[in-house]
Design a protein around this ligand. Structure first.
Ligand code: SIN
Length: 477
């Protein structure tokens, strides 16, 4: 690490960097080496964090939007000034190739930049009253202290995508980063503090036992909002646990995106889009293309173009400048990818590209002739494995896209404008990439339909999640 890093073993609790009696190791998935022993927070620290967030809330929400904007702007500048340290930290703790990690820092900073601006545009409304002696005024007020749980796959961007709009709105935020990637989150908190951010409004509590750490937050009525990115089963449990205190909730859950290529598509562009949609972050993204559906006439041509590109991907050490695919994050992730590949092969799928595994490194793999009962078409892969299937008609393509219960992202490649719009309107997905393999941006509403979640992150939608309307019915005697 090229940053004085003693704080990386601590938690950022109630405005101070504290040690805990126990620690847990953060390991590099590339080498297995222990990168840091990190503070292991539990229910005691959670209660202190809740107290601190509840105490600071009245003061933070009363600051002017200009002050909050100014602090966010300084945080943004500091993130960019330490971009290389952040990128290297991510590469080490969760295996993202350095070239991609640098792009993630820009993505992460873009959320802070956006919400630094949006803080100044939290407007109210007046509504014409039918009673001439009354006025209807609607204010936008912060929901209150927030508890957020972020995943390991985007250790910086998923933090800023939640924290920046919350702080802009006037909500203090307590973060539990993923056990695999707490170092990036701690570094972000350090940069917030060093750039003049109020310490107690952004706390970071690493922990190795998410259920024990989260319990007090879920039970306490002073925590008014829960925001979570992760798996659908965990999201459902958190939703249930938040019901007794009726928290506002944002859940960004599992994906399993279909990627459909129609005969009239520009195949070269579709293959380039497929490479990004599938292999960005080694396939470890909620919006990663899960299964590829190819119209029969062009399946051979598309597969050749795609296979050529996949074959040229360089698998290796995330810190190497030339690496494009790093290791999977942990043994559990690897086992899932291996299991899904084995299941598809046992049902008749053919391997057209792939190599042996070494440690957590899974070689980018293409499977063709995947039968419709293969588990890989139902379950989220989260790895560099691409199953290819065929379809003949638009009806078959629609049926494939509607399969399953997720509804985060879908990709559609066609040059037929009518088909593009017709299809997009018919499929239950929160994000549709029309001839676009990378729809992720800080400006647009990111989130899913059906079992892919509740709420949106990014753009004006991401800010609205931390605000609620307060209606003043103003009468005069
Ligand atoms: C995710 O995997 O949840 C985030 C992906 C993105 O923002 O592109």
């Amino acid at each position: 690490m090229d940053y004085p890093s003693s704080f990386l073993s601590k938690a950022f609790l109630a405005g101070s960097w504290i040690e805990t009696p126990r620690t847990f190791p953060v390991r590099s998935p590339a080498t297995g080496a222990v990168l840091a022993e990190v503070a292991d927070c539990g229910p005691g620290q959670a209660r202190t964090a809740i107290e601190a967030a509840a105490q600071i809330f009245p003061e933070w929400r009363s600051t002017t939007p200009y002050l909050r904007s100014d602090l966010l702007r300084k945080w943004h500048d500091s993130i960019l000034a330490h971009a290389e340290t952040l990128a290297r930290t991510m590469a080490q703790e969760m295996g993202k190739p350095l070239v991609e990690a640098r792009r993630e820092v820009l993505y992460a900073a873009a959320f802070v930049d956006w919400y630094a601006e949006e803080a100044k545009r939290i407007y109210g409304e007046t509504v014409p009253s039918r009673d001439p002696r009354k006025r209807i005024l609607v204010r936008s007020v912060p929901v209150g202290p927030v508890y957020g749980i972020t995943p390991w796959n985007f250790p910086a961007a998923m933090v800023t995508r939640k924290v920046a709009p919350a702080l802009a709105a006037g909500c203090p935020f307590v973060l539990k980063p993923a056990e695999e990637s707490p170092l990036t989150a701690l570094l972000l908190a350090k940069l917030w503090e060093e750039s003049g951010g109020w310490p107690a409004v952004f706390q970071v509590l690493p922990g190795s036992d998410p259920a024990a750490l989260s319990g007090p937050f879920l039970d306490d009525p002073r925590i008014r909002k829960l925001t979570f990115t992760g798996s659908t089963p965990v999201g459902k449990r958190l939703y249930e646990r938040s019901a007794p205190t009726l928290k506002r909730i944002s859940l960004e859950l599992g994906g399993g995106a279909p990627f459909l290529v129609f005969a009239e598509a520009d195949l070269e562009k579709a293959a380039a889009g497929a490479l990004v949609a599938k292999f960005r972050n080694g396939g470890q993204s909620c919006v990663a293309a899960n299964a590829f559906y190819l119209q029969k006439e062009i399946a051979g041509a598309f597969t050749r173009l795609f296979a050529e590109k996949v074959a040229s991907l360089r698998l290796g050490d995330p810190l190497d400048e030339t690496t494009q695919v790093g290791p999977l994050v942990n043994a559990q992730g690897l086992a899932k990818v291996q299991e899904l590949a084995a299941d598809a092969r046992s049902r008749g799928a053919k391997t057209i590209l792939g190599g042996p595994c070494r440690d957590l490194f899974f070689s980018p793999t293409l499977l063709a002739e995947v039968p419709s009962d293969a588990r890989i078409l139902e379950e989220e892969i989260f790895g560099p494995l691409a199953p290819l299937c065929l379809f003949e008609t638009e009806e078959e393509a629609l049926a494939a896209a509607r399969r399953g219960r997720a509804g985060l992202a879908a990709y559609l490649w066609t040059q037929d404008l009518g088909r593009a719009l017709r299809f997009a309107e018919e499929i239950p997905y929160g994000i549709v990439g029309l001839n676009d393999g990378l729809p992720s941006t800080h400006q647009a509403p990111f989130g899913g339909f059906r079992e892919s979640g509740i709420g949106r992150e990014g753009g004006k939608w991401g800010l609205a999640e931390y605000l609620e309307p307060q209606y003043l019915s103003f009468g005069w005697e």
